[in-house]
Design a protein around this ligand. Structure first.
Ligand SMILES: C[S@@+](CC[C@H](N)C(=O)[O-])C[C@H]1O[C@@H](n2cnc3c(N)ncnc32)[C@H](O)[C@@H]1O
Length: 493
C-alpha cells in the first residue's frame, strides 16, 4: 500500500505501508518512544560545551580554526576512556564525519589508530594543519613570522592576486583587506618550506571570518550592513579586525601551541579519507574498528557550503563545484536532491546490491519516520511549510543516515561501540525524533541500543517555529550503540 505525497507528475512518490489516518493519531511515534523510553537517560556528566566547539575554544591546536560544528576534544577523551575495549593491542577508532578532526587527533594522542572521512575541504585542511604541527620546523616558522611582522602592508607591492570571490562572498571584505590578501599571497609564495607555507596559508583561512563583514550563523552567512550589499537587516557584527593584526595574531597563537607540542604526536596513526562517507564506508573491511565517535550534520537545514563560503572561495571553489559539494554532503539542506540513484549505482558497481537492498528495506519499514513524513508532506500540500522541500530533505537525511549506520554496524568489531552526537529537530510543529529513529535503524542493523544520553538542557526550536508553535525543548543527545560480542555474551557491560 502506498500514500500519495505530492500531486504533480514528476514528484509523485511512493512510500511504504503507512495509513495516513493512523499517522494522524501519532501512534507509530508513540510506539517508538515507548520502545526506547528506558534508554533515554539524562547523563549529568555531559553538557552543551562538551558536545560543541565551545570547550575547544582555548585548547591548543583545536583553537586555530573556529569550526563551530565540532565537538570538543574533552568529549572524545571521555568516550575513549569509557569505551576502551579491554586488553587490546591495537585500538582503532573511526569518525565518518570527521570535520576538523577532533576524534582523530584526540584519539591518536591517546595511542589509538584513527581513521576519518571528511568531504568538506575546510575540515580536511584543519586536520592537515594539526597533523603538520607535529613536525613543522619551529625555527623556520618563527623566521617567517618575524619577517611578516616587518612587512609594510601599505607600501608593499601587490602581485595581482585577487581574492577569488563567489557570488555569495562578493563585498565580504573591506577594500584594504582585499589589498592585504594580495600582499600576503606574495609573501606565501616566498616561503620555501611546504609545511610552513601550508600553515601560513591555513592561518589566513582561519581569519577570514574575523576580517570580513560576515558572521557564520547556522544556516547562512549573516551580513553586516557596512558591507555595501543590499540587505534587509541592519546587523552590525562589531569591530572588524584588520588583516595584518588578525593574521599575525593567529600565527603567534599557532607558534605558541607548536612550541608546546612536547611529543603530542597527533600524526602518528591517522588516516584521512577525503570523500563522502556514503560512498567510502562501503569500501572499508568488516569488523575493522573498535569504536566510532562521530557527529553527522544535523537535520536542521544548516548549509556548510554557505557558512563556509569564504573559506571555500579561498580554497579555489567556483559556483559549480560548490553546488556539487553541497549535493554530495549528507542531505540536510532544502537544496539537496535525492542521491538514491547514484548510491544504488555505486553499490551495484561494487557488487554490493544485497547490502543496498537491505538498507532500502530497513528504511521503508521504519513506521514512525514515515508517519512524520506523511504529516510533513500533507503540510506541504496545504502550503503550511515555509519551504516546500523540507519533507524531501528529512526523507533524504534519514535514507542516507540509515545507509551510513548499517555500514558502521558492519565495520565495527564485535564488542565495539558507536557514539553519535545529534539533535532532534522540529518542522511545522512536528518534532522529528532523530534520536529514536536513528537508534531504531541501528537496532535493525544488528546493534544494541545501550543508551540515548540526553543532555541536561535541550535546545529550543527556531525563533520562526517558536512564534507559531510555542517553545518546545528539543532533545540534544549522545547515542551509544554496541555490537554484541558472542564470546563475551552475557558478560558485556
Ligand atoms: C557536525 S560536523 C562534525 C564535526 C567533527 N565532530 C569535529 O569535531 O570537527 C559534520 C561533518 O560532516 C561532514 N560531512 C557532511 N556530509 C558528509 C559526507 N557525505 N561524508 C563525509 N563527511 C560529511 C561535514 O562537512 C562536517 O564537517
Amino acid at each position: 500500500m502506498a500514500y500519495r505525497i505530492q500531486s504533480g507528475s514528476a514528484l509523485q512518490k511512493v512510500l511504504p505501508c503507512i495509513d495516513l489516518s493512523s499517522a494522524l493519531s501519532k501512534t507509530k511515534r508513540e510506539v517508538l518512544y515507548r520502545h526506547y523510553a528506558d534508554k533515554l537517560v539524562v547523563n549529568p556528566e555531559l553538557n552543551r560545551a562538551l558536545v560543541s566547539f565551545q570547550a575547544n575554544k582555548n585548547i591548543p591546536f583545536y583553537r586555530w580554526l573556529k569550526y563551530k560544528e565540532a565537538f570538543s576534544s574533552g568529549l572524545v577523551q571521555y568516550c575513549l576512556q569509557k569505551f576502551q575495549p579491554p586488553r587490546m593491542s591495537r585500538l582503532r577508532v573511526l569518525d565518518p564525519f570527521a570535520g576538523a578532526g577532533t576524534t582523530l587527533t584526540t584519539a591518536t594522542k591517546e595511542g589509538w589508530h584513527a581513521t576519518g572521512i571528511e568531504l568538506l575541504p575546510v575540515g580536511v585542511a584543519a586536520i592537515r594543519a594539526r597533523l603538520l604541527a607535529d613536525s613543522v620546523d619551529i625555527r623556520s616558522f618563527e623566521y617567517y613570522l618575524n619577517r611578516l611582522e616587518k612587512i609594510s602592508w601599505h607600501s608593499s607591492q601587490l602581485n595581482g592576486f585577487k581574492f577569488p570571490h563567489l557570488r555569495i562572498t562578493d563585498k565580504a571584505f573591506p577594500e584594504q583587506t582585499e589589498r592585504a590578501f594580495s600582499t600576503y599571497h606574495a609573501f606565501l609564495n616566498g616561503i620555501r618550506r611546504k609545511d610552513v607555507r601550508f600553515l601560513f596559508w591555513f592561518a589566513c583561512l582561519s581569519v577570514l571570518e574575523d576580517v570580513s563583514y560576515t558572521r557564520k550563523d547556522g544556516q547562512y552567512l549573516r551580513w553586516d550592513s557596512r558591507s555595501g550589499r543590499l540587505l534587509k537587516s541592519n546587523f552590525n557584527k562589531g569591530p572588524i579586525r584588520d588583516f595584518c593584526s588578525a593574521i599575525t595574531g593567529k600565527l603567534r597563537l599557532m607558534l605558541q601551541d607548536i612550541r608546546q607540542r612536547g611529543g603530542e604526536r597527533f600524526s602518528r596513526n591517522v588516516n584521512v579519507i577525503e570523500g563522502s562517507c556514503l560512498t567510502q564506508l562501503c569500501r572499508l573491511p568488516d569488523a575493522s574498528f573498535d569504536l566510532v565517535i562521530t557527529s553527522p550534520p544535523y537535520c536542521n537545514r544548516y548549509d556548510y557550503t554557505r557558512t563556509y563560503a569564504l573559506e571555500l572561495a579561498f580554497l579555489g571553489h567556483n559556483e559549480e563545484s560548490v553546488k556539487q559539494l553541497r549535493q554530495s554532503l549528507l542531505s540536510c539542506t532544502v537544496e539537496n536532491k535525492t542521491k538514491r540513484i547514484q548510491l544504488a549505482q555505486e553499490y551495484r558497481r561494487r557488487n554490493l546490491e544485497g547490502r543496498y537492498k537491505a538498507a532500502v528495506t530497513a528504511f521503508a519499514s521504519q513506521e514512525a519516520l514515515h508517519e512524520v513524513l506523511a504529516l510533513l508532506y500533507a503540510a506541504q500540500e496545504e502550503g503550511k511549510l515555509n519551504n516546500n522541500n523540507i519533507p524531501n530533505m528529512v526523507e533524504n537525511y534519514f535514507f542516507e543516515m540509515n545507509l551510513a549506520i548499517r555500514e558502521l554496524s558492519r565495520v565495527l568489531a564485535p564488542g565495539g561501540r558507536v557514539v553519535m552526537v545529534n539533535d532532534n529537530v522540529q518542522y511545522n510543529g512536528e518534532e522529528v525524533s532523530v534520536d529514536l529513529i536513528l537508534s531504531d535503524f541501528a537496532a535493525r542493523s544488528g546493534l544494541t541500543i545501550d543508551h540515548i544520553w540526553v543532555l541536561p538542557r535541550g535546545k529550543g526550536n527556531s525563533s520562526q517555529q517558536m512564534g507559531t508553535h510555542g517553545r518546545n525543548e528539543l532533545r540534544k543527545c549522545v547515542y551509544v550503540w554496541s555490537k554484541r560480542n558472542p564470546r563475551l555474551s552475557g558478560r558485556q557491560a
